[in-house]
Design a protein around this ligand. Structure first.
Ligand code: CP
Length: 312
């Protein structure tokens, strides 16, 4: 496949985090994804690029978008695909992560796409196995392909990521999407603000070079793009705010709030949405929203990541 950038290879063998990528890696992935987006909009959506490559999707945590998106990307590239989810597996009998993955690899698997609740689990795998590893979300750490598809979607909508102001709004503390987006956006020259209740913003996050805000209307007035994150109740062992109703009152975004701005902004959300909590339904489904475009773009971006890693 012809590349539109002068670089044709990634600087990394695994995609564990955006932190490890160079700006050129990011541009190469996004440019390659543009070509794959064209492919998946053709009547014949399949290319032979990964014929004879076997990929295992190993999911130790729930997923709808990421798991289906990776599987579709792999099938569009003609890879052979096996799927593993921890529920119903021998993990329930006490098998370790490394034993589980080594048993899958013994069946001649070339690449592992893994989601795990423990931050660092994909990095650990890269130290112990030969296959390429792709992080599909590791606990509260990173979700690199989500950040890449978010940047792809901003670029598609606004022409460029450089120079744009992006507000990441909501539960920053428990979010892997936030950290990957901060790295990805900054490497491309965007300005980033995080906004939410003080209890859901990590202390010292300013050290990453982001602005910090606690007023959602001010964040919306400042930004070109609002990337709104889900309240991750499943990761919250203590109460970070009095009630969902109060959260929604102070930090929820409605269509009216978007319509009241003096210029249009783009509304994003990685999903799944808590409708009526971080976004009202009329905001999520409004013309400001590119939430379903993000999902569509996820397939092309994951095709690009898998294709480029398979060349190394
Ligand atoms: N955005 C995202 O990671 O969604 P899933 O948890 O459904 O994969």
């Amino acid at each position: 496949m012809a590349q539109s950038t002068h670089r044709t290879a990634l600087s990394v063998r695994h995609l564990v985090g955006i932190k490890d990528l160079t700006e050129s890696d990011i541009q190469l992935i996004l440019d390659t994804a543009s070509q794959f987006k064209e492919v998946i909009n053709r009547p014949i959506k399949k290319v032979p690029s990964l014929r004879d490559v076997t990929i295992a999707n190993v999911f130790f945590e729930n997923s709808t978008r990421t798991r289906l998106s990776f599987e579709l990307a792999e099938k569009r590239l003609s890879a052979d695909v096996v799927n593993f989810s921890a529920s119903g597996s021998s993990v329930k009998k006490g098998e370790t992560l490394l034993d589980t993955v080594n048993n899958i690899l013994a069946m001649k698997v070339d690449m592992v796409v893994m989601r795990h609740s423990s931050p660092g689990a994909p990095h650990y795998l890269t130290k112990h196995i030969k296959a390429n590893v792709v992080n599909a979300g590791d606990g509260t750490h990173e979700h690199p392909t989500q950040a890449l598809l978010d940047s792809f979607s901003i670029r598609e909508k606004l022409g460029d990521v450089a120079g744009k102001r992006v507000a990441i709004i909501g539960d920053i503390t428990h979010s892997r999407v936030a950290l990957s987006n901060i790295f990805c956006l900054q490497k491309q020259g965007a300005e980033v603000m995080v906004c939410g209740p003080k209890t859901l913003i990590p202390k010292h996050i300013e050290a990453l070079g982001v602005k910090v805000g606690h007023d959602v209307r001010a964040a919306l007035a400042w930004c070109d793009v609002a990337n709104v994150l889900r309240i991750q109740l499943e990761r919250q062992q203590i109460k970070y705010f009095p009630s969902l109703r109060e959260y929604s009152l102070y930090f929820g975004i409605s269509k009216q709030m978007l319509d009241d701005l003096d210029r249009p902004i783009v509304l994003m959300h990685p999903g799944p949405i808590n409708r009526g909590v971080e976004l009202t339904s009329d905001a999520a489904d409004s013309s400001h929203s590119i939430i379903l475009d993000q999902v569509e773009n996820g397939v092309a971006v994951r095709m690009a990541v898998l294709y480029l890693l398979a060349q190394l």
